[in-house]
Design a protein around this ligand. Sequence first.
Ligand SMILES: Cc1ncc(COP(=O)(O)O)c(C=O)c1O
Length: 294
Amino acid sequence: MVAAYDDRDGVIWMDGAFVPWRDAKVHVLTHALHYASSVFEGERAYGGVIFKSREHTERLLKSCDYIDIPHPFSVEEIEAAKAAALRESGLSDAYVRPVVWRGSGPDMGVASARNPVHMAIAVWEWGAYYGDAKLKGAKLDISKWKRPSPETIPCFAKAAGLYMICTMSKHVAEAKGCSDAIMMDYRGYVAEATGANVFFVRDGKVHTPKPDCFLNGITRQTVLQMLKERGVEVIERHIEPGEMEGFEQCWLTGTAAEVTPVGSIGEFSFEVGALTRSIAGDYEKLVRGQLAAA
Ligand SMILES: Cc1ncc(COP(=O)(O)O)c(C=O)c1O
């Protein structure tokens, strides 16, 4: 039985100071709890170093801009706080979760400009996101929910509100025995999984959805650079769901997912092929500083 996330030993960085893990609480009238006025990051440390830490911090503050939350701290302050939180955790391989939210204050309606902004950083141990899928290939469902248009929601923010349909998609997927679900976008093109980007391989070329209405993940960009350095042709484009029939290999990328091979998406099957295995292996080396920077 996994210990509940609010019932653990250790400390959590909150608004500039460390508090005992179990005391890192918010009030029930916290604006974010009612209206999703919250943004966050997901990062991984390997051997005591957070991979692409500054890029994550910059994205966190960009997410604040997208959803109209003033920056609670500067990039430098957040970098120092994350490093301190990692140190305090005593872990060297860890998951790092910074979160920024609108707290409780004079506003309890939709507008919340007068409510204070808070920030916390928690660090914990988190193994493979998809269990043993790294070897066998993950089994994915196809979600009924669509990634929304950029005119509907600030879709490039890593904001809590965007995850409502991800949680619902993943619950349905898990009930069917799948690890996750692929979501189409509002136009019907293949978009991404609920917390990871997707890549396909056909005839030695890599095809990946153009990130024009979802997160262009930091892992995605890292893998694109790795493919470029190997001279593999990559085509970023709109992909119709029916095209998945002709793809030979597939993998997911994300900070939590790292590079996870995919065995099936709905009725479409893929092999855990050589390119998938080699990119997954090289990513593992790269994050541990055992490969030249991508
Ligand atoms: C919806 C979604 N897409 C893609 C990603 C991959 O992003 P990254 O590689 O920056 O972790 C994530 C994870 O953060 C995500 O939650």
